[in-house]
Design a protein around this ligand. Structure first.
Ligand SMILES: Nc1ncnc2c1ncn2[C@@H]1O[C@H](COP(=O)(O)OP(=O)(O)OP(=O)(O)O)[C@@H](O)[C@H]1O
Ligand SMILES: [Mg+2]
Length: 311
C-alpha cells in the first residue's frame, strides 16, 4: 500500500520534471491544406495513424482525422480540399510545457493526440499521444531508479573501511530441506548483507540470483544444507553443501531443461531445469561436485573487479 503511494508520487513528480518535448514524437507526418482529402488514403494506411496535422508553411492550421476521411468517403467527396474538411481550433500544447499539462488535457478533452507547437514561432514541432507519455515516464522512472541504486552504493563505504588484503568476511545460512515456505530466505539474507557492505548492485544481483537457485535446489532435492559466503577483497565465494542424494550425472544436470523435479516441486512452479544453467550464467566461476548417496558441493565465485575499479 505504502509502496503504491510512493510510486504514484514519483510518477507525478516526473510529470512535472519532464517536458512535452521530452516525450513527444518529433518525426511527424503532416499534410498541407490545399491537398485533396483523397491524398490521406496512403498516409493513414501506411503510417497506421488516426489523425494527421495540417501544416501551412510549417504553421499548424488544423487536424484531419480518420473520421473526417471516412465521412468524405461516404459522401463521395474525396476531392474536397483538406482545409475544408479538417478540424480547426484544435487544442495544442507548447513544447516547453511540463508533461503534467498534457496529462490534464488528455483527461479533460479525451482526444487521442495533441499537436505540439513551439511557443516562439507557433510552428509544429511534434505530436504527443498518451502512449508517448507512458513510455517517457517509464523510461525516466527506470533511470531514476538506477541513479538511486548508484547513490546508495556510493554512499556506503563500510566495505572499504573493513577490508584489508588478508581479511575476509564470512556469513553462514542454514537451509531447510523440503520447506518451500522458507525457501529463498538464505539468499535474501545474503543479498541484504552484501548491499549493506556497499557492493555494487550488479555484483549483488549476480551473487543473489546464483545463491537463490542453489538454495532452491537444496530445498527441492535434499533434507537441508548450509550456505557459507566469503566476502574477500577481490571476490565473493559462496559454498553450498548438502548431504542429499547427490547428482549421478553432472553433465546432464547442467543441461538447460534437464530436471528430475518431482511432481510436488513442479506444482510450485519449479522444475524448468534452468537453475544450474542460470548459476553458470551469472557466476564468474562455478564448481559442482557431487557423490551419489553422500551429497553435493557447489562453489560459486563472483569477482569484484568492478568494485575495485570504482575506487
Ligand atoms: N543439491 C542437489 N542435490 C541433488 N540433485 C540436484 C541438486 N541440485 C540439482 N540437482 C539435480 O540437477 C537437476 C537440474 O537442476 P536445475 O536447478 O538446473 O533444475 P531444476 O531444479 O530441476 O529446475 P529449476 O531450477 O529450473 O526450478 C535437478 O533436477 C536435480 O536432478
Ligand atoms: Mg533448480
Amino acid at each position: 500500500m505504502d509502496n503504491n503511494k510512493r510510486t504514484t508520487t514519483k510518477i507525478q513528480e516526473l510529470t512535472y520534471e519532464l517536458k512535452v518535448k521530452d516525450v513527444m514524437t518529433k518525426d511527424v507526418e503532416t499534410v498541407s491544406p490545399k491537398m485533396p482529402v483523397n491524398f490521406l488514403r496512403d498516409v493513414l494506411q501506411n503510417k497506421r495513424i488516426s489523425g494527421v496535422p495540417v501544416v501551412n508553411d510549417n504553421e499548424f492550421v488544423g487536424l484531419i482525422s480518420i473520421e473526417d476521411f471516412i465521412k468524405c468517403l461516404e459522401q463521395g467527396k474525396m476531392d474536397d480540399l483538406i482545409e475544408d474538411r479538417m478540424t480547426k481550433n484544435i487544442k495544442t500544447l507548447y513544447a516547453d510545457e511540463p508533461l503534467v499539462h498534457a496529462v490534464v488535457k488528455f483527461e479533460k478533452f479525451g482526444f487521442g493526440r495533441f499537436p505540439v507547437i513551439s511557443r516562439k514561432d507557433k510552428k509544429l514541432v511534434g505530436i504527443i499521444t498518451k502512449s508517448d507519455i507512458i513510455k517517457g515516464v517509464l523510461k525516466k522512472l527506470e533511470t531514476a531508479y538506477h541513479d538511486e541504486e548508484e547513490r546508495r552504493y556510493r554512499a556506503s563505504h563500510i566495505f572499504n573501511d573493513i577490508i584489508a588484503d588478508e581479511v575476509f568476511l564470512k556469513f553462514q545460512y542454514y537451509v531447510e530441506g523440503k520447506n518451500f515456505d522458507k525457501a529463498g530466505e538464505a539468499s535474501t539474507g545474503l543479498k541484504k548483507t552484501l548491499y549493506r557492505l556497499g557492493l555494487s548492485p550488479e555484483i549483488v544481483r549476480r551473487a543473489a540470483i546464483s545463491t537463490y537457485e542453489a538454495e532452491i535446489n537444496v530445498v527441492a532435492f535434499t533434507d537441508g544444507g548450509i550456505i557459507v559466503a566469503y566476502v574477500e577483497p577481490h571476490q565473493i565465494k559462496i559454498v553450498i553443501t548438502d548431504k542429499g542424494p547427490g547428482i549421478p550425472n553432472i553433465e546432464n544436470a547442467m543441461k538447460p531443461g534437464f530436471s528430475t523435479a518431482p511432481e510436488w516441486v513442479r506444482e510450485l512452479g519449479f522444475g524448468a531445469g534452468m537453475g544450474l544453467p542460470n548459476i553458470k550464467k551469472f557466476a564468474d566461476k562455478m564448481t559442482l561436485r557431487s557423490k551419489v548417496g553422500k551429497g553435493t558441493h557447489l562453489e560459486i565465485i563472483v569477482k569484484l573487479s568492478n568494485y575495485r575499479d570504482e575506487d
